[in-house]
Design a protein around this ligand. Structure first.
Ligand code: BTN
Length: 326
């Protein structure tokens, strides 16, 4: 999408009455034919632009797609999301992230955000499928964190805290974190995070933080089984929300915490994670690759491990697995 198309959009946004193709062309310094071409490109992106021979063009409604242009207008970060890649449709944004990282120097794309309107092969934790119809936020943040590899789980913790905080601040909904990295409203899941890591010995090549949030997704888009377990922001509020403003907020909340991690302030993240946790002090059932057991969730450490006290008093440290609240 050429930059001049967004200049046309800017002119339309600033105009408080219809504006002729001739005035737009003079303002931007392009031909009237180019204005017409860009108007059609913008329409194809979902912007509702009316035109009349007498009066000219008018922006009636902004696009409901999660376009980088709309997010950038609201973004207050230093580096997260300053570069974005937008895809209407892709198997998985994490998969796209892997492709991009394999092509070049990750330092140069640190903070890149890949956005998909829809995913056809979304990936969840433990290799599960992640249903991603249009209306959600399906993104991957590409990172090259300067942290010790054993603290990499902190990145997901920062992501979970950022998503929960953003939901609370934007929509006043009581979002909480269920270990390891699910976001719940009441007893239903609204978002999930997935960290994929490429590393060698103690060097992190790159991290891909995938975030999936059911935002403006009608629940009938999901199977009856899933409908029992999940919710969406629009289902909770009874109306759709502005995804671009919400995403800009998430990215800012995430960047603040990512910078804390890079300066070694792990305690601050763990403290905030604990204050938003719905798992701590719960009776839980844990399933790992090796075994399954029950106990009380008593703590989380700075490596993201859940600490369980079993009924025989023995303490177990769980680094990966599924956790079911009893
Ligand atoms: C989970 O199982 O809870 C984690 C779900 C993570 C889904 C997101 S959506 C964007 C990114 N792309 C993917 O394929 N998965 C993650």
């Amino acid at each position: 999408m050429p930059q001049s198309a967004f200049k046309v959009l800017e002119v339309l946004e600033q105009a408080d009455s219809p504006i002729s193709g001739e005035i737009i062309s003079t303002k931007i310094g392009i031909t009237r034919a180019a204005v017409w071409k860009h108007i059609n490109e913008l329409r194809a992106m979902g912007y509702d632009i009316s035109s009349s021979q007498k009066e000219g063009y008018r922006l009636k409604k902004t696009s409901s797609k999660l376009l980088p242009y709309e997010v950038l207008k609201k973004l207050k970060t230093r580096f997260i999301g300053k570069k974005m890649r937008y895809l209407e449709n892709t198997p998985s944004t994490n998969w796209v992230g892997k492709q991009i990282c394999s092509e070049g120097e990750v330092e140069k794309i640190h903070g890149l955000v890949i956005i998909a309107e829809e995913q056809t092969g979304g990936i969840g934790r433990m290799g599960r499928a992640w249903v991603s119809p249009s209306g959600g936020i399906w993104i991957t943040i590409v990172l090259k964190p300067r942290i010790p590899i054993d603290h990499v789980f902190m990145v997901t913790m920062a992501g979970s805290v950022a998503v929960a905080r953003a939901i609370r601040k934007e929509f006043d909904l009581g979002a909480l974190i269920k270990w390891p990295n699910d976001i719940f409203i009441g007893n239903k899941k609204v978002a999930g995070l997935l960290l994929e890591l490429s590393a060698e010995a103690d060097t992190i090549h790159h991290c891909l933080l995938g975030i999936g949030i059911d935002v403006n997704v009608p629940l009938n888009q999901f199977s009856p089984e899933l409908q029992k377990e999940i919710t969406s922001i629009s289902a909770e509020l009874g109306h759709e929300v502005d995804r671009a403003t919400f995403l800009a907020r998430i990215l800012k909340e995430f960047e603040n915490r990512f910078l804390l991690i890079e300066s070694g302030e792990y305690d601050a993240i763990v403290r905030e994670w604990k204050s938003l946790s719905c798992t701590l002090e719960q009776r839980v059932h844990i399933t790992t690759m090796k075994n399954s057991f029950e106990g009380d969730a008593i703590d989380i450490d700075e490596y993201g491990a859940l600490i369980i006290r079993k009924d025989n008093g023995k303490i177990e440290r769980v680094i990966a697995g599924d956790c079911f609240h009893r």
